[in-house]
Design a protein around this ligand. Structure first.
Ligand SMILES: Cc1cc2nc3c(=O)[nH]c(=O)nc-3n(C[C@H](O)[C@H](O)[C@H](O)COP(=O)(O)OP(=O)(O)OC[C@H]3O[C@@H](n4cnc5c(N)ncnc54)[C@H](O)[C@@H]3O)c2cc1C
Length: 445
């Protein structure tokens, strides 16, 4: 079954020279269930060599040792799986916008295929690579069930506007993946990745230590299977309770492309059609694809410029309001505020690289209340999110933070000091939803 051509978007038009096919792995760091790799394999067919490459950028959007460690463990496994299928993975280091075209030239690649990614840094790499390449550069959306560029050609207002578009297109795109066929063609002699050397040479911040969360495609599929069989039946009722363990915790795997969201959607849909499945698919498909849509169409996705007008206005009107508590970024990072629930959430993030979704909203909204101004609140929330979380540096993060701090995809609520008409969250509200004391006991506040 061929890859649906509507998943493919040309970033550079040029004639395919017929030489080897280069798959530039970037957002989708997996061997299976990967539309970009499947398309590259399809183009290679029986006679053209297929080579995969990943380029390790030394400093990626605030990532620390924790994230590099998780990513390299997953990539190493992916390289082994690909080698078993006769497909070499070349590990490059440096600036992907320059290194990928150099490798393509060395291989005399006829065509280069890469992953869709709406983040600025990735789009910059792709733009520069497209300029330097002699071959066509094709982008394939392997992250969204309904490809982001097909779901909508413009910035959507809210979940309610993108939802009908996605649901209409699901019958076309929510299809089973074909199997990745082993490579038959002889491949050029290429250096095997030296993982130990690359790890030793990492200059990532060791202040955020690796966590024991198992990494890689196998761990991702095991986590998905465990979620579907044991946790999904509690998802709709329990997902807003941080003590309930009722969410999937799949986001690190999805963030590093070790799990196709479409695989999760297929397995969850196959498990039944009740409220748990519907609630999960709403988050995994609609909310997540809304985040990609926002970042694709709002290049300033990490600034207040991307917030709705009403939200920017209300935050301006309340700039001079007295703030009973103001904390520095260091105090926030250390979890040293007056609020034990907030501190416990921050501790969870620092210690485990994860934070429950319900508390992420509370966490970010309090940063807005306790910062000198909305700009520094946004910068602090993004910096801490991206530094500590395994799923940070992702469109979901920028979107979730702007939703919490600046009314994105939301509407005005009752007016309050400092936050104006941005939707408020309070500790007493949390107490009504879940056992706050138990959460503080677990993570320390
Ligand atoms: C302030 C704030 C910061 C956030 N930062 C990040 C981040 O850095 N990275 C990240 O991936 N998510 C982020 N989110 C979104 C969401 O909280 C997480 O995706 C979710 O908590 C991950 O846990 P899970 O996999 O157990 O989720 P589940 O409830 O099991 O959901 C399944 C999947 O659906 C998607 N999803 C769930 N909730 C959302 C949502 N609100 N928006 C978009 N997609 C969603 C995720 O891919 C998730 O893995 C943030 C939300 C807020 C409010």
């Amino acid at each position: 079954m061929p890859v649906n051509p509507r998943r493919v978007h040309a970033l550079r038009h040029a004639p395919d020279g017929g030489g080897p096919v280069l798959y530039w792995m970037s957002r989708e760091q997996r061997a299976h269930d990967n539309w970009g790799l499947l398309h590259a394999r399809e183009l290679a067919g029986a006679r053209r060599p297929l080579v995969a490459a990943f380029c390790l950028a030394a400093r990626f959007a605030g990532a620390a040792l924790r994230q590099y460690d998780f990513m390299l463990a997953g990539l190493e496994q992916t390289a082994r799986t690909l080698a078993g299928l006769g497909i070499p993975l070349v590990l490059l280091e440096g600036d992907p916008g320059g290194e990928i075209p150099r490798l393509a030239a060395r291989l005399r690649a006829g065509v280069v295929v890469t992953d869709f990614d709406p983040l600025r840094i990735k789009r910059d790499w792709q733009t520069r690579a497209a300029r330097a390449l002699d071959a066509p550069l094709l982008e394939v959306d392997g992250h969204n069930v309904v490809p982001c560029r097909i779901a909508s050609y413009k910035k959507e207002y809210a979940a309610r506007t993108i939802r009908p578009r996605i649901h209409k297109l699901l019958p076309e795109f929510l299809e089973e993946f074909p199997t990745l066929e082993p490579q038959q063609a002889p491949v050029p002699e290429l250096p095997a990745p030296d993982w130990a050397r690359v790890r030793q040479g990492l200059r990532a911040d060791p202040g955020v230590a690796p966590v024991p969360t198992p990494s890689g495609e196998t761990a991702a599929l095991a986590a998905l299977a465990a979620f579907v069989s044991a946790v999904l039946p509690r998802y709709a009722a329990g997902r807003n309770d941080p003590n309930a363990g009722a969410t999937s915790r799949l986001s690190p795997y999805r963030n590093f492309g070790q799990l196709a969201p479409q695989r999760a959607a297929l397995d969850v849909a196959a498990s039944g059609g009740g409220e748990n499945q519907a609630a999960f698919l709403e988050e995994l498909v609609v909310r997540r694809e809304l985040a990609d849509n926002f970042c694709l169409h709002s290049p300033g996705y990490d600034t207040l410029d991307a917030a709705p007008d009403w939200a920017r206005r209300t935050l301006d009107e309340h700039r001079a309001d007295p703030r009973p508590h103001i904390y520095s970024r260091e105090a926030f990072e250390a979890g040293a505020t007056h609020d034990r629930l907030w501190n416990a959430a921050q501790n969870q993030m620092r210690a485990s690289g994860a934070m429950h979704g319900y508390l992420r909203m509370y966490w970010a909204k309090k940063i807005l209340e306790w910062s000198p101004d909305p700009e520094s609140a946004l910068a602090t929330a993004i910096a801490l999110n991206d530094r500590h979380l395994l799923d940070g540096r992702d469109p979901n993060g920028y979107t979730g933070i702007l939703w919490s701090v600046a009314g994105l995809h939301d509407r005005p609520w009752a007016r309050r000091p400092v936050i104006g008409t941005i939707r408020a969250m309070t500790e007493s509200g949390c107490r009504r939803k879940f056992d706050v004391a138990a959460y503080i006991r677990r993570w320390g506040g």
